[in-house]
Structures are given as C-alpha cells and as structure tokens.
Design a protein around this ligand. Structure first.
Ligand code: PLP
Length: 492
C-alpha cells in the first residue's frame, strides 16, 4: 500500500480506505464491548519484549503494524475507559472525542498562531470558559497538556504580576523578594513542582493544615501569611483547590478570595478535578468563590471525558498573562493581513510554540452532548459516590475514611489494630492490589490521616451502580480471604 512513490502517501488509496475502516471498526468494537474485558491486566513478558526491538530501517505493512497494536498494545492499557476503573483521577474518554481527534490529526494544524479558523475554535472555547466562570472578556485562556502545566502557568503569571516582568530577564536571583505561596496539605504535588520549576523554590510553598472536611484552614492561612510578612518574606499567591485529588474536598474559595483581596495576593484555583462541575448548578453551588479567582487550572480530560490530553488555563487579566510569556522573534513576525495576522497568538500565552488542535475534541464534545447532558453525567458520578459511601456505611466490615463531597470515596476494610499480628495498612494495600490484579475493578490506594485507604474516584461516565456493587463485593471478599488466609482476626 505504501510500497512505491516518493511521498508518504499510499500508492493505493482504495486499499488504504479498507484498512482504515477496519481500524476504525476495531476501536468502535473496543469501546462498545469494553465491559467484557478485564479493567486491567499485566502484560506478559513476551509482549514487553516486542517493544525492545530497535528502530526499523525497512517497512512493515500497515495491516501487520495494526495487528501488533491490537495484540500487544490495546489489551494492556491502564483501563481508564473501562466502567470499573476508579483508580486515581482519570477520564473515560468518548467516541466523539476519539473521532474529533482523528479529524484534528488529519488537518494537522499547528495552533501556535497565525490566521486560521482552528485558532478561532480555541478562542470560542476560551469564551465558553469565560462565561462558565464569570470571567471578563479581557481574560485569556489557553489549552495545555494538563493541569500540571496549567498550574505552572498560573503561578508564573502570579509571580510576574507580583514582582514585575524584569524577573523574566533578570531571574529571581536579582530580586530582593523571597516569594512565598500558600496552599493546603491536601493540594496536588504538581504545585510544589511548579514552584520548583518556576525557580521560586518548592519549600516556599506553605502547606496549610486542613479541617476535618479536608478544606484549607483559613485561620491557619491568615496566621501563616502574617508570620511570613513579619519575617520579611513576600507572600504572592494563594492556591485553593476545587476538588482535591485525595478525597474530592473543595476549599472555601469564597473565604480564600476574601483573604487574597485583603492581602493583595494572587488567587489561583486548581480545578483539575472539579472546576468543570460548574456546568451543573448543583455542583457549581459547592464552588462559590471560584468566580473571584485570578486564574483557574482545569482538565477536560478528567471529568469532561475528553480524550487525553486537554488541560486548560484561564487568566483574568490577559495583559498580565501575555506579559509573562510573549517575546519577539523575527521569524514569528506579526502582520495585520495575510497568514501572519491575528496577533496575539496562543504562543504568547504559554511556553509552547507548536501546539496541537486540542480545542477540536473539546468543541465536538460540547457541541454533540451540550452542557446539560455533561452536567447530568457529572451529577450521576456524585450520586454513585453517595451510593458507594452508603454501602460502606451499611457494611460492618468496612469504614469510611473521609466525608464525600464530590465523586471520590475513601474507605477501608476494618481490621483489629490492637492485635499485634495485624497491619491494617498492609491488609488494605493488599486488597487494592488484589482487586487490580483480578481485573474485576480498579480502585487505587492513598493514605488518609496515616490510614491506608481504598480509594474510588468515580470520574468515568460509563460507571454504573453495578460497578459500585462489584467494587464493594470484591473488596469484602478479598478482605476476608486476605485476613483469614493470614490468620488475622477481624473486628466485626
Ligand atoms: C490531575 C490533577 C492535577 C494534575 O493535572 P494533570 O492534568 O494530570 O497534569 C493537578 N491537580 C489536581 C487536583 C488533579 O486532580
């Protein structure tokens, strides 16, 4: 099919067409029959060995390369498209997103800049997000890989706003300011990394304790700010979280906004998990105050079900955003007409120059489903979390480890900790691994107040009550056999 000709196009488009449809059909089969598969299975050694082959100098046919994909790659993905997947915070993807991704790669657009409708599609999504969060028209937005990048951009804009754009050329070393930022102990680790990468220093991120609902303690926040001021440090930013990765808690964003306004600090929201919940009035009501943020990081690839990757940063003041990243280069000259028109360009708002057309899969997803349908799906995942926590409460062998605010439930199998032979953390860690290896469901593990938790993050639109029942039943079954197998007595 590709055996002659000097370009990389096929010599025979007709047979390519047949093969293309076969590949599409295989993916549609995969998605429509995913429930019949194990959530996850480890790959055998001989499969791993396939990927040790060196860079090929001669061709293999598209058919057999696709066969290798079907045989060696597809069965051994992590399983986040599967309804039984509740590990970590992963989206389920959708057929619509997949098809849109194909169209985007067919166009092969580069969204760094220039005069093209794909950029207007991205700008339309930016306006949708402005409306969703009550941000002004003078705000800016940008697609990025994920919230790790979006949070980094938010903190960099905050930094530049606090101490001026000279920091770009001079570096922090020339500044007299010792910048400090604040977030809660439950915040995502990428915030500390953002402080490291931005040169502010990871230790300059103060991790404020949380209350029993796992929300930032605002009295402790105020005290920490005052202590830093007294010590001659320069507070510059508070990061609130809308949906913590551990338990799905939502900080008091309204309260944080008030403190940030009073102290003249940048208010950034890490909304990777929860911010898109604003599409539902019911969920949005839990996030009041998010509208006052100076910047918001969010992920379409999690609760939004858009295929990876699709992160997004929204910044209230486009000028400050642009002043943090834009730089002149002759080969990136702007014009008022022709292909180099349309300045400012997306590359003026982040570190990337070449950028894929991520906006298209989001545009398709919103267009085809509409926000009402997406909001319903999000509400249903929260209801499933409620149902799961109810089933935990009703099971004497299980206990809930954190209150359920959104769609994440942390629980564990009860063990008799007064018995020296019992290590309840080990038992629960073994239960999580056993469930994952069974392929029946996929929770992940985390620690809540030192206790190992079986964590179910219900982000997948395909997850149903059946999957929740299955998780609970499997956890109890494995819990019993692990504790009985090792002669461990369990408190009942
Ligand atoms: C997932 C997540 C991140 C990191 O986002 P990526 O898209 O994985 O880079 C940050 N914060 C929270 C709360 C998250 O859930």
């Amino acid at each position: 099919m590709f055996d002659s000709g000097s370009t990389l196009d096929p010599s025979d488009w007709d047979s390519l067409r047949v093969q293309s449809h076969r590949m599409l059909d295989d993916m549609l089969d995969y998605m429509s029959q995913i429930r019949q598969r194990p959530v996850w299975q480890p790959a055998p050694d001989e499969t791993s060995r396939v990927f040790e082959a060196p860079l090929p100098s001669s061709p293999t046919s598209l058919e057999s390369t696709h066969q290798s994909f079907m045989q060696n790659i597809l069965p051994y993905a992590i399983g986040n498209s599967h309804p039984g997947f509740m590990g970590w915070v992963h989206g389920g993807g959708s057929v619509v997103g997949m098809l849109a991704e194909m169209l985007a790669s067919g166009l092969n657009s580069n969204l760094g800049g220039r005069d093209q409708i794909p950029i207007q599609v991205e700008q339309q999504v930016v306006r949708w997000m402005q409306n969703l969060f009550g941000f002004p028209e003078s705000s800016s937005g940008l697609f990025v890989t994920g919230s790790s990048m979006a949070n980094l951009i938010g903190l960099l804009v905050a930094r530049t706003s606090a101490i001026g754009t000279e920091v770009r050329s001079q570096g922090l070393i020339r500044s007299d300011e010792r910048l400090v930022a604040y977030t809660s102990v439950d915040a995502h680790s990428c915030l500390e990394r953002a402080m490291e990468i931005g040169g502010m220093g990871g230790h300059q991120l103060r991790k404020i304790p949380v209350n029993d609902r796992h929300e930032m303690n605002l009295v402790a926040l105020q005290t920490a700010i005052e202590m830093d001021q007294a010590a001659g440090n320069t507070p510059f930013c508070i990061v609130g979280t809308a949906g913590t990765v551990n338990v799905g808690a939502i900080d008091d964003l309204h309260g944080i906004a008030a403190i940030a306004a009073r102290e003249r600090l940048w208010f950034h929201v890490d909304g990777a998990c929860g911010a898109l919940g604003m599409m539902s009035p019911k969920i949005g009501a839990k996030m009041l105050g998010i509208q006052s943020a100076d910047s918001i990081a969010l992920d379409f690839h999690k609760w939004g079900q858009v295929p990876y990757d699709a992160g997004f940063i929204l910044v209230r003041d486009a000028k400050r955003h642009q002043a943090t990243f834009a730089s002149p280069a002759e080969y990136l000259r702007r014009e008022t007409r022709g292909m180099a028109a349309g300045s400012p360009w997306p590359c003026d708002f982040g570190p990337d120059l070449s950028r894929s057309f991520k906006a298209l899969k989001v545009w398709f997803t919103m267009q085809v489903f509409g926000t009402d349908r997406i909001a319903n799906m999000m509400e249903r995942t929260c209801e499933l979390a409620e149902y799961l926590s109810k089933r935990v409460a009703e099971s004497p062998e299980l206990e809930l480890l954190a209150p359920v605010r959104l769609n994440i439930v942390c629980f564990r199998f009860r063990c008799d900790d007064s018995d020296d032979r019992v290590d309840s953390n080990q038992v629960n860690s073994d239960i999580v691994v056993a469930i994952q290896e069974s392929g029946l469901a996929a929770p992940s593990a985390t620690k809540i107040d030192g206790k190992l938790a079986i964590r179910a993050a219900i982000f997948n639109h395909r997850t149903s009550q059946l999957d929740i029942d299955n998780l609970i039943d499997t956890a109890i079954r494995f819990g019993r056999s692990i504790t009985q197998g090792s002669q461990i007595s369990c408190k009942l």
